[in-house]
Design a binder for this molecule. Structure first.
Ligand SMILES: Cc1cc2nc3c(=O)[nH]c(=O)nc-3n(C[C@H](O)[C@H](O)[C@H](O)COP(=O)(O)OP(=O)(O)OC[C@H]3O[C@@H](n4cnc5c(N)ncnc54)[C@H](O)[C@@H]3O)c2cc1C
Ligand code: FES
Length: 264
């Protein structure tokens, strides 16, 4: 069984008023965008996607939105402070296709920026719909532009880019361009709408799901989805649309730490 590796925070980057990226030295092996790390603050442990996989500098990064007790504590850490990391876990995005639409909503942009960097390196044309509530919360725009991907931004309040939801902008792109792959990570309500679109356009697609996780490595059963029983931490978090069709709870409900269902 894997135990957390205690590592120093090498660098911290402020991404937005609510999101910081924490960068660590890490011997990169087969880390893939869409995979996640279990992050231990010596009290609790939570899953966080890899938002940076740098094969040249041997660095990884995780980008954390401050939403509660755990994430607030991590946001207080400084360069040189330590965290425990175990992973990477789960199945990441398959990097394929020749022209890909990647749709990220909110902190769901974390694995999408890592995906963009890997996919463009492989010569894939990537268009990214980056959706946020407001201009200041748009994430990773500089990195996406540097990767060579085409960035399409949208904000709920219209302060930057297209005014509306990520799904509205994705629909526009899907109707104007020919993609052979769609990838997505973000609020499940957004991904459910996108899933319905790709079914209509018949495009191969992959979606990254979030479920409450405890062990992160397939042992506890906390993250199992109805009614296949797939463990999101092992069989996911990235699922193909053929698999999503069989996840009956997708877009409807998810479970909290005690297994109670909550509507999405
Ligand atoms: C595969 C995966 C990848 C993730 N990647 C990122 C990421 O890159 N950046 C990021 O900021 N967040 C990410 N999250 C969500 C992150 O794990 C939670 O936001 C975090 O645990 C919240 O903890 P908290 O104590 O600060 O807030 P809480 O107040 O405890 O929770 C806020 C929200 O986070 C959810 N959450 C809490 N604990 C867990 C847990 N153990 N597992 C899953 N969800 C939980 C709750 O359901 C709630 O909706 C990811 C979750 C999963 C499952
Ligand atoms: S979190 Fe334990 S099986 Fe997935």
């Amino acid at each position: 069984m894997q135990v957390p590796k205690v590592v120093e925070i090498k660098r911290i980057e402020d991404e937005s008023p609510t999101v910081k990226t924490f960068i660590f030295d890490w011997e990169i092996e087969n880390e893939t965008p869409g995979q996640f790390m279990m992050v231990w603050n010596f009290e609790d442990e939570k899953p966080m996607s890899l938002s940076l996989i740098d094969h040249v500098k041997n660095e990884i990064g995780i980008s954390i939105r401050n939403v509660g007790i755990f994430t607030e504590q991590i946001h207080k850490l400084q360069k040189g402070d330590k965290l425990g990391l175990r992973g990477p876990y789960g199945r990441g995005f398959h990097i394929g296709g020749s022209k890909v639409l990647a749709v990220g909503g909110g902190i769901g942009m974390a694995p999408i920026v890592a995906y963009s960097e890997e996919a463009t390196k492989k010569g894939i044309e990537v268009h990214i719909v980056s959706a946020a509530s407001t201009r200041d919360e748009l994430l990773f725009s500089n990195r996406i532009n540097r990767s060579g991907a085409k960035l399409l931004t949208c904000t709920d309040d219209g302060t930057h880019g297209f005014c509306g939801y990520g799904t509205d902008l994705a629909e526009k792109s899907l109707s104007e361009e020919e993609y052979d792959m769609v990838v997505s990570c973000g609020p499940e309500i957004m991904m459910k709408k996108l899933f319905e679109m790709v079914e209509k356009y018949k495009i191969s697609s992959q979606f990254s799901l979030e479920r409450y996780m405890k062990c992160g490595m397939g042992l506890c059963g906390q993250c199992c989805v109805d009614d296949q029983g797939w463990r999101v931490c092992v069989e996911g978090p990235v699922f193909w649309q053929d698999e999503l069709r069989m996840i009956t709870e997708f877009g409807k409900y998810k479970r909290d730490s005690s297994g109670q269902k909550h509507k999405i």
